[in-house]
Write a new protein. Structure first.
Length: 451
């Protein structure tokens, strides 16, 4: 006869393990969180009257019929219609959207920039955005833009959202706070954040000046890459992504909301803070990820795999295996391959590759690609190790070697990237970059044997 288990024989966990204060773990989970007790309706989304007199409202990040749909139910002090009034167009001349093709700018080529310096001018998250490249078309929701942000000032009674895009934020210097409708994300170098399309927020400087990179994704949302034969473990593990818990403010003060919509900017004036979501549940939320949690997988006997082995997040384009954007991380790792040219090989690629250096030295370019710097190797434009890296990799004795104290990344897109006038004319372009391959000499003379 089966007897029920004695409930007193089980020791139950008291609190979740491994969570960080203010965040909930998991990638794309159906989260639920409330900043006041019983603010979140249970068992239904839309009760006749919400607790505390809150308004229920759905934020849809996908079409209703997408599979799976991504949406979040918000319970807020005012419905969003109260955070929107008449609109006025404004100009943010350095924040460009695709298509942005200047007939006087040559995008075809290999380009590299030193870090864009801070200016004496006070800049916030919106005025400090400097677009380097654009790809695709914001109006058809394909492609992306790459930006560098230079932020010295917090937004005060000033809020922003992009209807065009989700933003992947990669800090390189300084610390920022993203106070969003769905909670607070604090961000520092070696971490990344995703701010979804349509989500309102303000950005505060916790430690400045702040500089970093942004990939503006016009298309389908970032997701975890397929793992194929790698299986369930390593790379970016879902548990290491963190969504914020609910946070709200009830502040009656004249405020401005700026909206990026079809590549143009508009403002609307309201009399209160729109960060008034007291409770929410759903799977459409901002999140952060610590890149130090990324577990790289690579070659352990010979040869050099494609860089896609280091993909952290991918945004599909509709063509399987051909991303609108791949976000790829080159972090500390061991190199152990035998009888192998270990750095990235020379190549041409249908995808176009924008790289940024977060800190340290990148193995294919020991000099010149410095922290805060950027490089672009556009669609089908050849590139590879410079002379110094080639010689070192070709003639050194190969033992296990750790690439240490290094972290670079790549925004790789199936679409060609067009330089903005800022990238071509104002940013610190290294005019001599292509000279890094000049001294690679012809070694072939018809004699067999490795040279
Ligand atoms: Fe490449």
């Amino acid at each position: 006869m089966n007897r029920p288990t004695d409930p007193h024989s089980l020791t139950q966990a008291a609190t979740p393990v491994g969570t960080h204060a203010g965040y909930m773990p998991g990638f794309g989970n159906d989260f639920e969180t409330e900043a006041l007790p019983d603010a979140l309706p249970q068992g239904m989304n839309s009760p006749q009257r919400c607790n505390y007199g809150l308004y229920g409202e759905q934020l849809s990040g996908t079409a209703f019929t997408a599979n799976p749909p991504e949406r979040t139910w918000c319970y807020r002090i005012r419905p969003s219609v109260k955070h929107s009034h008449r609109y006025e167009k404004i100009d943010l001349p350095y924040w460009k959207s695709a298509p942005c093709i200047d007939p006087d700018v040559i995008s075809l080529g290999q380009y590299r920039w030193d870090p864009v310096p801070h200016s004496d001018e006070g800049l916030n998250w919106m005025t400090g955005m400097r677009t380097m490249t654009t790809a695709g078309d914001v109006n058809t929701q394909v492609g992306m833009a790459c930006h560098i942000y230079l932020v010295t000032e917090s937004m005060v009674d000033d809020y922003f959202f992009s209807a065009d895009s989700e933003l992947l934020v990669v800090p390189q210097e300084g610390r920022l706070r993203f106070a969003t409708e769905l909670g607070i994300i604090d961000l520092e170098p070696k971490e990344i954040a995703i701010i979804p399309r349509g989500l309102l927020y303000r950005v505060e400087v916790l430690e400045g000046p702040a500089r970093g990179f942004v990939c503006e994704n016009y298309g389908q949302k970032f997701e975890l890459p397929g793992r194929g034969p790698i299986g369930a473990n390593c790379m970016a593990n879902p548990r290491d992504f963190k969504a914020p818990v609910a946070a709200y403010e009830d502040r009656e003060t004249p405020s401005t909301v700026t909206i990026k919509w079809c590549g143009q900017f508009h403002t609307t004036k309201i009399g209160h803070s729109p960060l008034d979501v007291v409770a929410w549940h759903g799977n459409y939320a901002p999140y952060k990820y610590d890149l130090r949690n990324y577990c790289p997988v690579g070659a352990i006997l010979f040869d050099h795999p494609d860089p896609s082995i280091f993909t952290v997040l991918t945004a599909p384009s509709g063509q399987p295996g051909t991303a609108n954007i791949d976000f790829v991380l080159f972090r500390e790792r061991w190199m152990v391959m035998e009888d192998t040219f270990r750095p990235p090989w020379y190549h041409k690629n249908i995808m176009s590759e924008l790289m940024g250096n977060i800190y340290g030295q990148y193995d294919a370019k020991p000099q010149g690609f410095v922290p805060g710097g950027t490089s672009l190797h556009n669609m089908m434009i050849p590139h590879g190790p410079d002379r110094e890296a080639f010689d070192k990799a070709s003639y050194s004795n190969l033992g296990p070697e750790k690439l240490d104290k290094t972290m670079s990344f790549m925004f790789e897109t199936r679409f060609p990237q067009h330089l903005t006038p800022f990238a071509a004319n104002e940013a610190p372009l290294q005019d001599d970059y292509i000279d890094c391959w000049t001294s690679l000499e012809k070694k072939f003379d018809g004699t067999p044997g490795k040279k």
